[in-house]
Write a protein that binds this ligand. Structure first.
Ligand SMILES: NC(=O)c1ccc[n+]([C@@H]2O[C@H](COP(=O)([O-])OP(=O)(O)OC[C@H]3O[C@@H](n4cnc5c(N)ncnc54)[C@H](O)[C@@H]3O)[C@@H](O)[C@H]2O)c1
Length: 256
């Protein structure tokens, strides 16, 4: 256990999937959690499950691609709590498609959610953390942020961007007591994004996640909880001497 008692965490895209698993794990570690998601119903459901653990938690409907919405939610949070200790920028989308089939609007939307969304969270919460001289920011990138992939040009571009943003902000914030790291999940199942990607893979005659399982050195696909436990570590004082890192949690799919 990583001992996050009475810390306040903000997790984006926490209504379902990896984000929800992260929010629940941070709550199990003792943290109070703000659940931000574009989907109000799932945000409230996740918040209820966290309150059932005995933590303070509120679901907030926020589109991370819109800075004003993010900043308004953070200002509201800071009226109820005196500080934010942990920010997890997890919200993301991953439409598949060849360049010839990817519209300008789709490319722009992926960048706005996956990259601008991380910037928006870092700007709003990071500024507060720097003033407070303490904080942990964890950005959920992807192993597709380290290697280009067929049919994922927009997604890869956005996730490479998240790692670059993480490294730059780690340098800017280090002297202000704020650690900024990224986590790069591999093939994680039991999420809506994975189900959608598998459906698209079948349509295109490609292999699903399960069918590619034998290519993973540790011999299995990942689960949201595999990501959540690494995020809990990065949110804790156990990782105080780490910043600017992009940690692969892929079962060995990638090693750099
Ligand atoms: N599932 C995987 O295999 C995998 C692999 C690598 C990286 N990731 C990354 O992990 C993160 C979570 O993925 P997941 O598989 O849990 O996805 P998911 O689709 O299951 O969940 C994503 C959540 O983000 C929310 N969201 C989407 N757009 C939003 C917006 N504009 N503002 C606020 N919330 C928004 C959704 O409502 C949903 O609750 C993403 O950043 C994704 O790129 C996932």
């Amino acid at each position: 256990m990583y001992g996050l008692k009475d810390k306040l965490a903000v997790v984006t895209g926490a209504g379902i999937g990896i984000g929800k698993s992260i929010a629940l794990r941070l709550a199990e570690e003792g943290a109070n959690v703000m659940v931000l998601d574009v989907d109000a119903a799932t945000a409230e459901q996740a918040a209820k499950e966290i309150r059932d653990l005995g933590r303070k938690c509120q679901g907030m409907q926020v589109d991370v691609s819109d800075f004003t919405q993010v900043d308004t939610a953070i200002r509201a949070t800071l009226r109820s709590f005196d500080k934010i200790d942990i920010l997890v920028n997890n919200a993301g989308i991953s439409p598949m498609g060849l360049l010839v089939d990817t519209t300008v609007e789709t490319f722009d939307r992926v960048m706005r959610v996956n990259l601008n969304g991380v910037f928006n969270g870092c700007k709003s919460v990071g500024t507060h953390m720097m003033e407070n001289k303490a904080g942990k920011i964890i950005n959920i990138a992807s192993w597709f942020g380290k290697v280009g992939k067929h049919s994922f040009s927009a997604y890869c571009a956005s996730k490479f961007g998240v790692i670059g943003l993480t490294q730059s902000l780690a340098m800017e914030m280090a002297s202000h007591g704020v650690n900024v790291n990224a986590v790069c999940p591999g093939t994680i199942v039991e999420t809506a994004m994975r189900e959608e990607t598998d459906r698209e893979a079948i349509r295109l005659g490609r292999l699903t996640a399960k069918q590619r399982e034998s290519q993973i050195p540790l011999g299995r696909v990942g689960l949201p909880a595999d990501i959540a436990k690494v995020v809990a570590f990065l949110a804790s004082s156990e990782s105080d001497y780490m910043t600017g890192q992009a940690l692969n949690v892929t079962g060995g799919l990638i090693m750099h």
